[in-house]
Design a protein around this ligand. Sequence first.
Ligand code: FES
Length: 201
Amino acid sequence: MSEFTKNWVYTDTVKEHFMNPKNVWEDEGFKADGFGQVGSMACGDQMRVGIQVKDDRIIDLKWQTYGCASAIASTSMMSEMAIGLTLSEAYHLTPAMITERLGGLPQHKFHCSVLGDKALRAAIDDYLAKQNRDNPYRASVAKVICECKNVTDQRIEELVKTKQATTLEKLREITEYGTVCGKCQFKVQQLFDEYKHIYNV
Ligand code: FES
């Protein structure tokens, strides 16, 4: 490592993946069976992931990002972990699993690991849609955020992504989150902001 990078607060594994990222999408001739893109160029952290699939297993994966060191390192690690996995296993990869393999990320950088994970799921969604197949994995990764009204993170994500809820007021009108005990409000607000950022809404 150079003098420049040695004082970074990142682990050696993060530094290695940032300096020598694996499976970067450099060859424009790479033919993706499924493609996912999330994030926003305006915020400088757009991410795209392409997968090649055989017998429901990811046999190759390429990615490209304009994100920060943490986004690059975590997506590089994600690519190494995802190649060889079944679609189901890959769909259940979490930012926490990727971050653990990196030996951790600074707390304020954890959210940067979310983009690669989201782009991978988007690529799997795209692959299954192109095959005209149901997505059996989506429901199994949903988390209930508002228990009183049974509102999941996926429901919020979908409403933001499809621009049905462009404001928190609209989201509340549709889902009625926060209208009973109110304890979910902060979490919903955080997720809403995160999805707006990811889907550039
Ligand atoms: S948990 Fe959302 S209103 Fe109670």
